[in-house]
Design a protein around this ligand. Sequence first.
Ligand code: H2B
Length: 102
Amino acid sequence: MTPLDTASLAAQLAALPAWTHHPERRAISRSFRFANFAEAFGFMAQMAAVSERLDHHPEWFNVYNRVDVTLTTHDAGGLSERDITWAKAADGAYAGCASRGA
Ligand code: H2B
């Protein structure tokens, strides 16, 4: 597992405007808000299945209708293609949520 080089990472992050890059942590993060806990947990269930399929797992934190996600690739010691794939899948799942919160 190899981390993305600076140029590829910049190009990939341009397609993920809702995510924040934390260079010092070699990670990206995004906070998702939903209408309620059921919607938030539905998103988590969906992304849990994606995580198993990709063999790539998030660091995440949930309180009621909020899910804070941090992605990094421990095996690569930085951000890899898998983080980008996961982030895009999460953006897609979130866009498909019936009732997103404010
Ligand atoms: N998820 C994340 N986010 N980073 C990893 O380095 C990682 C993972 N490694 N999921 C995988 C599982 C590894 O532990 C297994 C053995 O493939």
